[in-house]
Ligand binder design. Structure first.
Ligand SMILES: Nc1ncnc2c1ncn2[C@@H]1O[C@H](COP(=O)(O)OP(=O)(O)OP(=O)(O)O)[C@@H](O)[C@H]1O
Ligand SMILES: [Mg+2]
Length: 240
């Protein structure tokens, strides 16, 4: 069977949140196809549904209606435990607030996804160091606690943790939102470098200079993708 060229397929996805008597229609029929090896960004005003969509693609939650295919698999067919295992294998997540665990050392943080997979300790350490290098990190960070590093350094550790298991898809929700410009540049350069080596990447950003570094910009409004824009690489953050 030929390898599917779309590694993410979102088909008419709706998402309703119900909390008490409050019902919020966060997504109202989203369609999105992402090609293997591409780097795309999602923009749009606050509350337009960006995080909701990324969490669904990242299999952290399920759609109310519609389907999500990851690497050709109809994820609605997976039971909760199967979905968790599939997510661990296929998805790497990076968040605005880094979400590292300060009780653990940098290297232990990076190893976490591998612990869940049952990779042996020595192999884990080797893979974690490799991921840290790919994410533009430094060996001197290995035994530090995350909170002993700058924001930009912590985000590189978070990227290392996200890629350590060689996920099919790297997802990032506002990864540069908490960073100064020079740290944001390092993070964007890391994404571009990973993408050059074939990594599929989806990034939510409020910063047009980050969006212009990608290969396609999807604009959301009121729970829908309302337009797609062609980036202008000369406006990418790393050239500013
Ligand atoms: N867990 C939840 N329970 C109830 N409502 C939610 C939940 N998460 C999001 N919402 C609502 O769904 C809508 C979309 O939210 P979402 O977080 O996806 O927006 P966003 O585009 O990521 O916004 P921002 O740019 O501020 O991060 C909003 O109206 C929000 O209040
Ligand atoms: Mg959000």
């Amino acid at each position: 069977m030929p390898e599917e060229s779309y590694v993410i397929r979102v088909e008419d996805v709706h998402k309703v949140y119900s909390t008490g008597s409050m019902v919020t229609w966060a997504l109202l029929g989203v369609n999105l196809n992402v090609k293997r090896g591409s780097f795309i960004t999602i923009m749009g005003p606050s509350g337009s549904g960006k995080t909701t969509l990324l969490n669904l693609i990242g299999l952290l939650d399920r759609p109310t209606k519609g389907k999500i295919y990851i690497d050709g698999v109809d994820t609605s067919r997976l039971k909760d435990q199967e979905l968790a295992e599939f997510r661990n294998k296929k998805i790497g997540f990076v968040f605005q607030a880094f979400n590292l665990i300060n009780r653990l050392s940098v290297i232990e943080n990076i190893e976490l996804p591998l612990v869940a997979r049952g990779v042996a300790k020595e192999e884990r350490r080797k893979m974690a160091i490799e991921a840290l290098m790919k994410a533009g990190g430094d060996l001197s960070w290995v035994n530090k606690r995350p909170n002993q590093l700058s924001g930009g350094q912590q985000q590189r550790v978070a990227i290392a943790r996200a890629i350590v298991g060689s996920p099919t898809i790297l997802l990032a929700d506002e990864p540069t939102g908490n960073l100064d410009t020079s740290s944001a540049k390092v993070v964007v350069k890391t994404f571009l470098e990973l993408n050059k080596h074939g990594q599929t990447i989806v990034v939510i950003t409020h910063n047009p200079e980050v969006a212009h570094c990608s290969q396609g910009i999807y604009v959301m409004r009121d729970g829908r993708i309302v337009s797609t824009l062609s980036p202008d690489p000369s406006k990418c953050l790393i050239y500013q």
